[in-house]
Write a new protein. Structure first.
Length: 83
């Protein structure tokens, strides 16, 4: 059992160090997902954001999903050697 856990840990690719490029990719992904929330039918249900015309839950969901997508893009680009 222990050898299979060590084998799985040995096959993890090296993750990139933090750089402005990584931050830009994750931020751009979050903004794109935030813009896509305007297409939701229930984006205005709940307490509203002070500046944006969407609700707080829609904003938090968009930012969380944008970060997940951005991290996937960063790891994918690192895995193919582009980042």
């Amino acid at each position: 059992m222990m050898s299979s856990i060590l084998l799985a840990a040995a096959s993890v690719p090296v993750t990139p160090v933090w750089s402005p490029t990584v931050g830009i990719i994750i931020s751009a992904s979050s903004v794109v997902i935030l813009l896509l929330t305007f297409a939701l039918k229930s984006a205005k249900v709940g307490p509203q954001m002070p500046v944006l015309p969407i609700s707080v839950p829609a904003f938090i969901g968009a930012m969380a999903f944008g970060h997940v997508i951005g991290i996937g893009i960063v790891l994918g680009l690192t895995n193919i050697g582009r980042l």
